[in-house]
Design a protein around this ligand. Sequence first.
Ligand code: 5AD
Ligand code: SF4
Length: 495
Amino acid sequence: MYYNPYFEETLQKIDETGPIPEREPDRQIYFVKKMRKLVKEKSDQLGRPLTCFPQTFGCQMNARDSEKLLGILKEIGYVEASKEEEADFVFYNTCTVRENANQRVYGRLGYLNRLKRSNPELQIAMCGCMAQEPSVIETLKKSYRFVDIVFGTHNIFKLAELMYRRWTTGERVIEIWNDTNQIVEELPAQRKYAFKSGVNIMFGCNNFCSYCIVPYVRGRERSRNPEDILQEIRELVQDGVVEVMLLGQNVNSYGKSYGTYDRELDKQKRSISFAELLREVEQIEGLERIRFMTSHPKDLSDELIEVMKHSSKICRHLHLPLQSGSSRVLKAMNRHYTKEQYLALVEKIRREIPDLSLTTDIIVGFPGETEEDFEETMDVVRRVRFDSAFTFLYSKRIGTPAASMYDPTPPAVIQERFERLLREVQRISAEVCCKDVGQIQKALVEGIDEKNPEFVTGRLSNNIMVHFRGDASLIGKIVEVRLEESRGFYYIGSV
Ligand code: 5AD
Ligand code: SF4
């Protein structure tokens, strides 16, 4: 569990029987204390602790948000259940990047409603990106009345207050903010791993790629104050963390716009670039590895390449979403780079940092994409030879500019292209993954191998996994491993 010192101090001081503080995070700390009492009363009455279960969909941002939600729940007295069937509070932290994710959530919510019949104490919360869509809220209001609390991406820090409202009024609580410039990061978080952690450095996105719903559901870009980020990382390191993943929708535009800080509105803000931030994070003693996600090719600076090149802590991995290899499609996608510019950027990065592994995201079937456009994507894939690539079928998101673009291409043709791309990506990945066989590299041991309890799983600097003989005592340690054999996407090795 990660505690912010401000949180601990305020929790001691605050009088939960007094008036509600107006400013955050004090207001939430007040409601944490209020909820604690209610939860204690309830569990005394039931003769057992109340339990909760987090259900997270989507990206690293959501995973980090869920850690914060779980942090609040633990703080008010819930213990984590091992499955949702055994929980008194289940939250669905949702993703809406592609339509099929939404359908899955509706299906699962229906299942939860049936669980309510066997456990009258069960409360259901739905939050995250899906909840920011007006059409989803309409559907929830009409057909999913059993969902107790609905909130969005901008107000997750308010969980304690929303729960308090639900508990004391008996009414369903729906609170969605359209946008925010607030950043409230002083609340506790329950980390999934003791030795590594995500750290938000910025929220939102201003890029408006024409297919993407993220700018609508995550709001405008706002960066955290560098001092707050550095302080959080120092505290995480003190708490045993050796690897951090700096998180932002587009980390390369870090520092361009800041959020406000309710606690210290007048705090002197220092404006630094992402590369400068990395330089400062690097100085933190005890921190061993730095990762970051995601980089937009249009803003990847020479300064960043320079910092990565000379860093001993920044991992040798860059996720650089391509989306399409066709300059025509890239223009329609509003990506602000051409095929040639992407290839030139990759060449520059590889020249400066030869051992860097590159991964990417690719969308197949953007409206109007022709066979020639698709071949351009295949061409980039063959030239760059990505270590791995996440491939997606284009999904129409209502409200985005691409949703009103006409597409004459039959779905079967798109599906066939998708499969062709996938085969090519996998063939290349397997070849790339073989290239380090025989080398000795450092791996951070993340856990016991799921398939073989006598083995552990470690992550190499370039983000590829290696499985080798070992036990639980190695978890969280960085060890040197000989890469003995490639298995396509991972290695088998030995200490
Ligand atoms: N359809 C398909 N894929 C999408 N992505 C974002 N929006 C869509 C969409 N509408 C993909 C992009 C992005 C990744 C996180 O999800 O490739 O990089
Ligand atoms: Fe979506 Fe583009 Fe922003 Fe990434 S950069 S979140 S793809 S709008």
